[in-house]
Design a protein around this ligand. Structure first.
Ligand code: C2E
Ligand code: CA
Ligand code: CA
Ligand code: CA
Length: 281
């Protein structure tokens, strides 16, 4: 009884109250944002490391709040996942990404589109609706499934192996490529990776950041690349910011890269301009 009183007191401390209030307000604003479609997508080019040609883009969501301005995904995707709002948000992302991809394909730029997908969109009975949604949208915009790539984080794979495996197999059967995002941060093993139908590993930015100064990060990247190649997977390095980083990754046999050195994530019209400059259809 006394113990309860004390924990209640802590629970309702002013600081805690402020945090809860903030969270509730954020959730309310996010609900409104979903209804009013206050989101937009930026696109970051993914290029080959040998001749820097653009093979695709990664779609990255931004939230344009009327009062607070541009809110980055790290500040609302976790809340969206907790509250289930990630499902309507994820649907919006897929459709908008395919609308833009359709317009680039129409102009003759046959690039790929990589979309980030949260676990919540795939598992707990959502798997069937996710695959239906994909079929419907690919048909609606006349896009071949081979151009749509799905990015799943390594940590998500480790959370719920069985459900993930089924969901990913369905995606793969559809003809889409699956990328493992943020690879190297989740400590998954070679045999674990082998059991999933994936085609691409994305090496996490944190290793790229330090690989030229830190021998153990360099060794880790070498090991990931060797492992990926032995499993016949393609490799993408994220967060490339310098020529030196790009040259080093290229020398190790990494296939693709993305990062501020090549281009920041861009609004669709700026990405169109970049394609016009860099690719002759
Ligand atoms: P991520 O999928 O690992 O995306 C890469 C992040 O690194 C992006 O941050 C990108 O802007 C940033 N980045 C790329 N190159 C560089 C570089 O050279 N230097 C630096 N410092 N940063 C670079 P962003 O756009 O803020 O996205 C953060 C995370 O939010 C993403 O990480 C992803 O996990 C999540 N996210 C973004 N869009 C979506 C979405 O549509 N759905 C879901 N479920 N998650 C999303
Ligand atoms: Ca990603
Ligand atoms: Ca990543
Ligand atoms: Ca990340």
């Amino acid at each position: 009884a006394k113990g309860d009183g004390r924990s209640n007191y802590r629970y309702f401390s002013p600081e805690m109250n402020a945090n809860m209030l903030e969270r509730i307000q954020l959730e309310q604003r996010l609900r409104r944002a979903v209804l009013q479609k206050e989101f937009c997508l930026n696109y970051q080019p993914i290029v080959t490391l040998n001749d820097h040609s653009v093979i695709g883009v990664e779609a990255l969501i931004r939230w344009q709040d009327p009062k607070f301005g541009l809110i980055p995904p790290d500040q609302f995707i976790p809340l969206a996942e907790e509250t289930g709002l990630i499902e309507p948000i994820g649907e919006w992302v897929l459709e908008q990404a395919l609308i833009d991809l359709h317009s680039w394909h129409n102009k003759g730029y046959m690039i790929n589109m990589a979309v980030n997908v949260s676990g919540r969109q795939l598992i707990n009975g959502n798997q069937i609706s996710f695959n239906r949604l994909i079929s419907k949208l690919l048909k609606k915009y006349g896009i071949d499934a081979k151009y749509l790539h799905i990015e799943i984080t390594e940590s998500m794979l480790m959370e719920d192996r069985e459900q993930c495996l089924h969901a990913l197999e369905a995606i793969r059967d559809h003809g889409m490529d699956i990328y493992i995002d943020d690879f190297g941060t989740g400590y998954s093993s070679l045999s674990y990776l082998k059991s999933f139908p994936i085609s691409v590993i994305k090496i996490d930015k944190s290793f790229v950041d330090n690989m030229l100064e830190c021998q153990s990060d360099a060794n880790l990247i070498k090991a990931i690349i060797m492992m990926g190649k032995s499993l016949e997977l393609k490799l993408v390095a994220e967060g490339i910011e310098t020529e030196e980083q790009l040259a080093f990754l290229h020398s190790l046999g990494c296939d693709f890269g993305q990062g501020y050195l090549i281009s920041r994530p861009l609004p669709s019209y700026e990405l169109t301009n970049l394609l016009i400059q860099r690719l002759t259809p």
